[in-house]
Design a protein around this ligand. Structure first.
Ligand code: TIH
Ligand code: FE2
Length: 294
């Protein structure tokens, strides 16, 4: 996403082949040399990667595994309360480890018999066209670092918790996997930057931050809500709007805060009918028209 793209910490290549991740002053890990060294080492794993190779193994510290364990424990309770049934069933089928960070290669193996989705390692920002495009081929780009231990309940930076607990569990559902692939096909079909941004915003307000009616309750299915045990407590109080592709594709958002505008699908069928159909059929011309009616 454009805004998400801007948020990614820049990764600089050094002459000796190592890489340096430039954390902002406001980042909770900015003044923590141990964390910064971890971020550099982990980003380095993805930099030399070529597709087809096994994903480089990230050796995590005890402290990093503890962050995973804590967040997994907090989220398990909240998912039971706030996640849609499709997500809970998929998470059960995937069976992620609870007390250690899994390797991306390992999560790919778990996904293989369920939906065939596989991870690709990302050091930082992946260009939009590439990030979304490869979804069509059942690939998902993922960071490997974990959020700083001082702020476990939320991070504006996509980390391995978000990528695996948020996206991995949804990618274990054949229905969700089909929607991700359609988003990828749409990203490849459109040509203009405006149309690609529109497609990516629809993704943001659905697969990242979507909410859905389940009986009398409002539940979450977006990976960004489902990976934050801070944000997941707040979504029901936000400005909840009806699912509308034109509005989603043209609404601005701020990645650094809890999302205060959310779009509600009436059911999974409704999400597939409105958003799946849109991604399956959109092109530059259609999106240009929608943008003028917004
Ligand atoms: N805010 C999410 C979390 O704390 O898990 C991570 C992100 C979702 C979308 C962009 S960043
Ligand atoms: Fe995400």
């Amino acid at each position: 996403m454009f805004e998400e793209a801007q948020y990614f910490a820049p990764v600089a290549a050094n002459e000796d082949g190592s890489v340096t991740v430039e954390l902002a002053k406001s980042h909770p890990g900015f003044a923590d040399p141990v964390y910064r060294a971890r971020r550099n080492a982990i980003a380095g794993l993805a930099v030399g990667y070529t597709r087809g190779e096994p994903i480089p193994h990230a050796e995590y510290s005890d402290e990093e595994h503890e962050v995973w364990t804590l967040v997994t424990r907090e989220l398990a309770v909240k998912h039971q309360k706030y996640a849609i049934a499709e997500f809970l069933d998929a998470a059960e089928a995937l069976g992620l480890p609870k007390d250690r960070i899994p390797q991306l290669e390992e999560v790919s193996e778990l996904l293989k018999p369920l939906t065939g989705f596989r991870y690709l390692p990302a050091a930082g920002l992946v260009p939009l066209r590439e990030f979304y495009g490869v979804l069509a081929d059942s690939y998902f780009h993922s960071t490997q670092y974990i959020r700083h231990h001082s702020v476990p309940f939320y991070t504006p930076e996509p980390d391995v918790i978000h990528e695996v607990i948020g996206h991995g569990n949804t990618l274990a559902s054949p229905r969700f996997a089909a929607l991700y692939r359609l988003a990828g096909q749409a990203a490849r079909r459109v040509e203009t930057a405006e149309a690609l941004e529109f497609v990516s915003k629809v993704f943001w307000f659905t697969l990242e931050f979507g909410v859905m009616r389940e009986g009398r309750d409002l539940k979450a299915y977006g990976a960004g809500i489902l990976s934050s045990y801070g944000e997941i407590e707040e979504f029901r109080g936000m400005d909840i709007r009806p699912l509308d592709v034109t509005v989603m594709g043209t609404t601005a958002y701020d990645i650094t805060k809890y999302q205060d505008v959310l779009f509600e699908a009436a059911s999974f069928d409704h999400l597939e009918d409105v958003v799946g159909q849109f991604w399956a059929s959109c092109d530059d011309e259609m999106i240009a028209k929608l943008r003028t009616t917004a």
